[in-house]
Ligand binder design. Structure first.
Ligand code: PLP
Length: 482
């Protein structure tokens, strides 16, 4: 089957082709449109031609797929993608994917992949220590932040009631409930659904008007729930909300969780990378009190997709929650074999992406990466304020929620026009009940010129006028931070 397993010379030829052409594609992407330029109807017709009856040669297939990717995606690797925390991946992380694709290790057990399992455990311990968790802390890589948050809920339920393992929600004397803010990532609803406690178990606690969980509202909601016979199991604070990068009161939430004997989780999927910076990590003070933490390596740590992390000071709970025994697996080591400590069974070697990136850049290198994003966000803020725009959020991470000066169209229309231009990518979002434009500096190679280009594009998109007209009227009265 030379099509599936070609000879070495053929593989080398295609490896070389991919190395060369993917680098060129990357350069073309940076100089081209951030948004798709694909004729989707034509593409679907072409795709329908793949009936998989007549084999096609890689000579045709590989150039074809590169072209389709180049034209058929929002390019999160574009330096003017000011988007949803999705990164342009680090080069070491891309190397990791290449290595892993060749060895294709099965990470279900330590017996089958001892080196890989040890590498992942080592990275997890290092990240947990950097976040301030004690030396006995552990955890694992997950497909993404949602799986890590799901793992947190399963741990909380298991710790709260040992009967949960066999009886599920029926083991509780009342409906189990947990607490997140209404600005939290709403995958929590799906998570509650999957965990079998139902979406109504999610308490969306009020925020303080600035996108952070209101600690008083949290305490009040808890008391009301207890009085009604519900069984609180977890408080999950968000460190870096999805819309606005706000950090819930981590210390106060920890204290409330401790007073009520609840599992305390911090969802730092995006903001967690602040631990890399000695000058910025203070914004996460209190995270070290967490029972568990979610950090996505595929967000601000800029690995390839998807690469989450679940960290916990009680790794033993993972063994209680995910333990299972079968005759066909080569080993069954509690606290070590990933298939008995995680949601997954067969596993990809995801952790190599962060291992190689961290080993190549060190915490110092990652610290600079994070600080650079913040500096560019400050520049963006200054340039927008100078043109009369308003900044609504006061976040320590690299995201701004902005509103145009009077006379501009609604945020969603502005975003629509910007995306149609293909020059930059930003999102419309809701922040504290208001529609805003959300710009996030995620790309490690975005330059100050790219930031200026974003500001010009935003200003030009006021009401469908062309950029040249808008740049003539760029000097506006200063704006404000709200
Ligand atoms: C705060 C927060 N938590 C969880 C998630 C979900 O993570 P993922 O998309 O990696 O599953 C996100 C995604 O943006 C997020 O911002």
């Amino acid at each position: 089957m030379s099509a599936l397993f070609p000879a070495r010379e053929v593989r080398e030829r295609w490896d070389d082709f991919l190395t060369r052409e993917l680098a060129r594609a990357n350069e073309r992407i940076a100089a081209g449109s951030v948004t798709p330029t694909l004729d989707l109807a034509a593409f679907k017709r072409e795709l329908a031609g793949f009936d998989f009856r007549t084999p096609r040669a890689l000579d045709e297939l590989l150039p074809w797929i590169i072209t389709q990717m180049e034209h058929g995606l929002v390019h999160i690797t574009h330096p003017r993608y000011f988007g949803l925390f999705n990164p342009a991946p680090t080069f070491p992380a891309q190397c990791a994917d290449r290595v892993v694709a060749v060895f294709n290790p099965q990470l279900a057990t330590s017996t089958t992949s001892p080196a890989a399992v040890e590498i992942e455990a080592h990275v997890i311990r290092s990240v947990a220590a950097r976040a301030g968790l004690p030396p006995e802390a552990g955890g694992h890589f997950t497909t993404a932040g949602s799986e890590a948050n799901y793992t947190a809920l399963i741990c909380a339920l298991t710790r709260s009631n040992s009967g949960f393992a066999t009886e599920g929600a029926r083991a509780f004397e009342g409906p189990p409930v947990f607490y997140v803010s209404r600005e939290s990532h709403l995958a929590w609803l799906k998570i509650a659904h999957q965990a079998g406690i139902g979406r109504s178990a999610v308490r969306l606690v009020a925020t303080d008007g600035c996108g952070r969980m209101d600690a008083n509202a949290l305490a009040d909601t808890l008391s009301v729930d207890r009085a009604r016979g519900c069984v609180p199991v977890m408080i999950a604070a968000t460190a870096g909300t999805t819309n606005a990068g706000m950090i819930d009161p981590l210390e106060a939430s920890a204290e409330i969780a401790r007073n009520h004997g609840l599992w305390y989780h911090v969802d730092a999927a995006w903001g967690g990378a602040l631990i890399a910076s000695d000058t910025l990590r203070h914004a996460l003070a209190g995270i070290e009190k967490a029972d568990s933490i979610t950090i996505d390596a595929h967000k601000w740590f800029a690995t390839t997709m998807g690469c989450g992390m679940f960290l916990t000071r009680h790794p033993g709970v993972l063994s209680s929650a995910f333990q299972v025994s079968t005759g066909f697996m080569p080993s069954n080591v509690a606290n070590l074999d990933p298939y008995v400590t995680t949601v997954q069974w067969s596993r990809r070697f995801l952790g190599l992406r962060l291992f190689l990136s961290l080993a190549a850049a060190g915490w110092t290198g990652y610290g600079k990466h994070v600080e650079r994003s913040i500096e560019l966000t400050e520049l963006l803020k200054e340039e927008l304020l100078a043109r009369g725009w308003s900044i609504l959020n006061d976040s320590p991470v690299a995201v701004l929620c902005v509103l145009p000066p009077p006379g501009f169209d609604e945020p969603r229309s502005i975003v629509g026009r910007i995306l149609a231009s293909g020059r930059v990518w930003v999102a419309a979002a809701m922040y504290e009940g208001r529609e805003v434009i959300r710009a996030c500096v995620t790309h490690g190679e975005t330059t100050p010129d790219d930031v200026t280009e974003l500001v010009t594009a935003l200003h030009a998109a006021r009401s469908g006028r062309r950029p040249a007209e808008a740049s003539r009227s760029n000097a506006k009265s200063p704006g404000k931070t709200v």
